[in-house]
Design a binder for this molecule. Structure first.
Ligand SMILES: Nc1ncnc2c1ncn2[C@@H]1O[C@H](COP(=O)(O)OP(=O)(O)OP(=O)(O)O)[C@@H](O)[C@H]1O
Ligand SMILES: [Mg+2]
Length: 503
């Protein structure tokens, strides 16, 4: 290939090969080093390492060296565009020593960044059979011409760069896999991964850590879908009971009779189906934690029995008069206004005070928007994996939409929106129209079975509420946007019972 083996060039090559096998984790600095060496050895003034986007075929300046490198990085080339585009598309190298006479040359970038280009050397980078990018060297120094030997050397460097890229991709995949396996192990044990970014939630987690160390009952409050169950898990996991069972019971899922025997167990013959003695959930949770979800729905009779467990740590199985004693920590949760239930006499006040020793309020998602990007990414990864699809993330507009939306269904709604988007989306990034925000929830749940008049009222309430939110609840501004009188708007707000939930 080379007439005379140039020892300086050869030395550089050996150095790079060594780096490729040691600097595995930092692909960008390795590629920068490769590009710097290639530029120096081919006597170029500037250079770029351009990558082809796997989904769109567009070319992106991953690394750009030289006086205007930073400006060049802003550009995206369409497939086939410019010398780099041609090289990527045909998988062949090019020497162009006078760009003005080559119709493939795309002068816009050079002009717009104010960097005149005379000559170009461009070679493809290949990983297996796929062209993953292009290395381009610009302007041979002292206005000389690039030679075939420069091209041969650059091709050798491009093989090295491609190797570095392949390694980086492999590493990324391996890290993803490890992350996934760790989550899977947790999920198999029944634990959910809790994503927390916002100061509000991080504070709550600190509080939980302290609360967990005590043995008091904990009551977790918050709107539907905020993640109360995950917080209950954390109470257990941060406590000294973490090695013992965490037993979940949904108090709203069973009728009173069955729920009683589910919680406290029964003895043979206690009722028709009780063919043998059976332990209840409280006994199964001995030394551990019992999670009473939807505790606001616990029937009054069982509330009395629960109160006794709290006071004396003992109870009787259904159909037996023998007391069973257990050591169980109680964590309860509800999305109902439990004080209102107490006032109506539907929830025992003595039980409420006992449970409410350490209340934890989980704030709605709209009050902790910092969690939205991390949660959205987490769900995107989760559902992409489940459906075997690949996504590069969300478009900026989609992220903006998610950040401005009010999420009445909280994290659960976000999770469902991303799951739906993963199924619908056709592009590599999730866009606003894939998310179908608001529309689905409103149509399916709120409008069903309503008269036209009632549906219109619901629509008006949503529409006005959204407009008010968009205008920071400034009524004058909102009235202008809606093209109605301000006085009419304030009447509508009263009639439709619209309230600013953030106040
Ligand atoms: N911080 C979080 N990180 C990851 N996933 C979350 C988080 N918060 C909530 N989720 C997910 O959102 C969904 C709803 O959470 P969860 O079931 O705990 O809500 P909830 O507060 O118990 O609601 P409900 O009152 O309706 O029972 C679950 O699938 C849960 O895994
Ligand atoms: Mg729940």
């Amino acid at each position: 290939m080379f007439d005379v083996i140039d020892s300086a060039k050869f030395g550089t090559l050996v150095e790079i090969s060594a780096l490729i096998n040691s600097k595995y984790g930092d692909a960008t600095s390795l590629l920068t080093q490769i590009l710097e060496s290639a530029t120096r050895l081919t006597e170029g003034e500037a250079s770029s390492l351009i990558l082809v986007d796997r989904d769109t075929g567009k070319l992106r300046f991953e690394i750009a060296l030289g006086p205007k490198g930073r400006e060049a990085k802003r550009f995206l080339l369409n497939p086939g565009e410019g010398i780099a585009g041609w090289v990527a598309m045909h998988g062949r190298s090019l020497i162009v020593n006078d760009v003005d006479t080559d119709s493939r040359f795309y002068a816009d970038i050079s002009k717009s960044i104010g960097y005149p280009t005379f000559s170009i050397l461009a070679v493809p980078m290949r990983v297996r059979e796929e062209t993953v990018g292009v290395i381009e060297i610009l302007n041979k120094r002292q206005k000389k011409y690039f030679t075939q030997e420069d091209l041969d050397w650059l091709e050798v460097f491009s093989v090295q760069a491609a190797l570095a890229i392949e390694n980086a991709r492999y590493l990324e995949k391996a890290q993803d896999e490890i992350h996934y396996l760790r989550e899977k192990v947790e999920a198999d044990k029944g634990w959910h991964s809790l994503i927390a970014q916002s100061p509000l939630i991080l504070e709550k987690l600190e509080l939980i850590d302290k609360v967990a160390k005590t043995d008091s009952s904990v009551l977790i409050l918050g709107e539907s879908g905020v993640g109360k169950e995950l917080f209950a898990e954390q109470v257990h996991l941060c406590s000294s009971r973490a090695g013992a069972p965490f037993v979940r019971v949904n108090c709203a899922a069973l009728p009173e009779g069955l729920l009683e025997s589910e919680l406290f167990g029964h003895v043979k013959g206690a009722f028709t189906d009780a063919v043998q003695n059976r332990k209840g959930r409280f006994e199964l949770a001995d030394h551990g934690t019992i999670f009473l979800d939807e505790v606001g729905d616990l029937p009054l009779k069982l509330q009395a029995k629960l109160l006794r467990v709290l006071q004396q740590k003992s109870f009787e199985r259904v159909g037996s008069s023998d007391s069973v004693t257990v050591d169980v920590r109680i964590v309860a949760a509800t999305n109902k206004d439990i004080e209102a239930l107490v006032n109506k006499g539907e929830f025992r006040s003595d039980l409420y005070y006992r449970l409410n020793v350490l209340p934890i309020h989980v704030p709605p998602l709209r009050q902790r928007k910092e969690d939205i990007p991390a949660l959205a990414d987490f769900f995107l990864k989760k559902f992409s994996r489940e459906t075997n699809k690949r996504f590069a993330g969300f478009t900026e507009a989609a992220m903006e939409l998610m950040l401005s939306y009010s999420w009445p269904g909280n994290v659960r709604e976000l999770e469902n929106a991303v799951e739906r988007a993963v199924v619908i989306a056709k592009d590599s990034r999730i866009s606003p129209r894939d998310l179908l925000l608001g529309a689905v929830a409103v149509e399916t749940d709120e409008y069903r079975g309503k008269s036209l008049k009632e549906a219109l009222i619901i629509f008006k309430r949503h529409f006005i509420c959204k407009a008010l939110e968009d205008n920071r609840w400034n009524q004058t501004e909102t009235a202008k946007i809606l093209a109605i009188q301000r006085t009419y708007l304030s009447r509508l707000i009263k009639e439709l019972d619209i309230v600013n939930s953030k106040e």
